[in-house]
Write a new protein. Structure first.
Length: 139
C-alpha cells in the first residue's frame, strides 16, 4: 500500500468564505499515483471546515445566512468563549456544523463523486494562514 501526504495552505482576506478545492485535491491524487484507495481531506484548524456539496453560488449564500442564524457573530458578548478576549466563538460552532473532514473513494485514479459533488474549504474566522491536510492511501 502507498501513502501520500500534502498540506494545502489558505489565507482568506475575509472573516468567512468558501473555496472550491476540488482541483487542488485532484492534483494531489495525480501526484500520489494512487489508483484505488481513499483520500482524506481535513481542516487542520478549529475554525475552518472541509465539506462536500454543489458549487452553486446561491447555495453558498444560503449557507452563509443559515450559519449566521445558527451562530451569529454578534453580539460577541453572547459567548463565554469570547470572555477570554477572543471574538470567534461563532466560528467554532460553524465549523462544528459544517464538519472537519471528508473521505472520498478513489477509483481508477479519480475521485469517486456523485453528480455535482465538489470539495470545499470553509473559513469562519479568516485573515490568517490555515492549512488543510490531504492524505491518500491505496494502491
Amino acid at each position: 500500500m502507498k501513502s501520500y501526504r500534502k498540506e494545502l495552505w489558505f489565507n482568506l482576506p475575509t472573516r468567512r468564505g468558501f473555496v472550491n478545492i476540488t482541483q487542488q485535491v485532484e492534483t494531489c491524487l495525480d501526484e500520489s499515483e494512487i489508483k484505488e484507495g481513499l483520500i482524506l481531506v481535513s481542516a487542520m484548524h478549529i475554525t475552518a471546515s472541509v465539506f462536500i456539496n454543489d458549487d452553486e453560488s446561491g447555495l453558498h449564500q444560503d449557507y452563509e445566512k443559515w450559519l449566521e442564524k445558527l451562530a451569529p457573530h454578534e453580539p460577541i458578548s453572547q459567548y463565554r468563549h469570547n470572555d477570554t478576549g477572543e471574538d470567534n466563538a461563532d466560528a467554532h460552532m460553524k465549523r462544528q456544523v459544517m464538519g472537519r473532514e471528508v473521505v472520498v473513494a478513489v477509483t481508477e485514479g479519480r475521485l469517486d463523486f456523485g453528480p455535482w459533488e465538489q470539495i470545499f474549504y470553509g473559513e469562519f474566522d479568516g485573515r490568517r494562514r490555515k492549512r488543510v491536510l490531504v492524505k491518500i492511501i491505496g494502491e
